[in-house]
Write a protein that binds this ligand. Sequence first.
Ligand code: DQA
Length: 147
Amino acid sequence: MKIVVIQGPNLNMLGVREQQIYGSMKLEQIHAQMKDFASQSGLDIEFFQSNLEGEIVDKIQECYGDADGIIINPAAYTHTSIAIRDAISAVSLPTIEVHISNVHRREEFRKQNMIAAVCSSSIVGFGPFGYHLAMVGMVQIMNEIKA
Ligand code: DQA
């Protein structure tokens, strides 16, 4: 089974941007850990990062017929993008939303979330470890589908 991990705008700057909020791990390090966990769990995994909304929509659409599950951090588009929400809804795959920071404790504008309602589950506020939690959750979902 195959999982696609989609990372939104500015997440390529992890390790540099606001370390007090997002931690010091770089995206490549997070992905390396996810890749290890995926191979231990017998899952194929692919990683994609874009700063562009339309490219993220295209990637979600490509998952249809190609992937079994999506882990996505839409980053700032979480709060604005009906297009990303509609794409997730359209492909109808198990989708776990991750936010590194606790968006509920931050600025008011981060409380608006266009994405959560079309996701299977959300992981918020665990720092980069949230991606590992998402992998554990995704393995559980994949096992339930197989059973
Ligand atoms: C984020 C939270 C968003 O509000 C922000 O725009 C991001 C990252 C997070 O992972 O905590 O870029 O999605």
